[in-house]
Write a protein that binds this ligand. Structure first.
Ligand SMILES: [Zn+2]
Length: 214
């Protein structure tokens, strides 16, 4: 469904480039994440709003979606127990990463050999977004990385590539229970993922009449 035709909208906001934000989703509501300017990947983590010890698990999400690494429409994001938190109900890019977690001071230190020291990271954005819930940095869970273009080749090789998303591309995630969701617009400039130019994103939370797919 076109963004301008979305039904009952509860929230319509912008996340600035290089920053993160926190969202509360009631069961049945859908979060539309829009890449405003294109070539921007953004990391998403989720918690059960009624039990913050239950976080979305990328590893378990790969396991339950039976046989494919690249999640798409109809696939689930689940918690450590395999219980569904979010369902992908629309996706105009169909290219996301679920293996590599978030950029962080540790990633910059080790993977990038110290480059980017002192730069903003998705991990820092999550720590800040979750501060009101008292979640320490070491307990920030691994993320599902929207539009992140980091494909796995036939021999297991991986190489960062610029996101395929163009302006206006989106993914819709329907909450299957009450959730706290945090999203970070990836500030990473050490790889071509964001075209070396991190940009803002837009988040809309909406409901359909019957909570059905759009
Ligand atoms: Zn990042």
């Amino acid at each position: 469904m076109r963004t301008e035709d979305l039904p009952e909208i509860h929230l319509d906001t912008t996340i600035p480039a290089r920053r993160g934000d926190l969202f509360r989703l009631a069961a049945g509501q859908t979060l539309r994440f829009i890449d405003v300017d294109g070539q921007q990947c953004s990391d998403l983590i989720a918690f059960d709003a009624n039990d913050m010890t239950r976080a979305m698990s990328p590893t378990m999400s790969v396991a339950v979606n039976d046989g494919h690494l690249y999640l798409g429409v109809g696939d689930w994001l689940v918690d450590d127990d395999g219980d569904v938190m979010l369902t992908i109900v629309a996706d105009t890019v169909q290219d996301h990463d679920i293996l590599c977690g978030s950029c962080s001071p540790g990633l910059n230190r080790t993977r990038h050999h110290g480059r980017g020291a002192g730069k903003r990271t998705c991990h820092v954005n999550f720590v800040e977004a979750l501060r009101e819930y008292g979640i320490p940095a070491e307990d920030v869970p691994y993320s599902f990385n929207i539009f992140m273009n980091y494909p796995v080749g036939p021999d297991g090789e991986m190489e960062y590539a610029t996101c395929k998303s163009v302006p206006g591309d989106y993914i819709d995630l329907r909450a299957e229970r009450d959730l706290i969701v945090a999203i970070s617009n990836c500030p990473q400039e050490l790889t071509p993922l964001n075209g070396f130019n991190p940009t803002p994103s837009r988040v809309i939370i909406y409901s359909t009449e019957e909570g059905t797919d759009v």
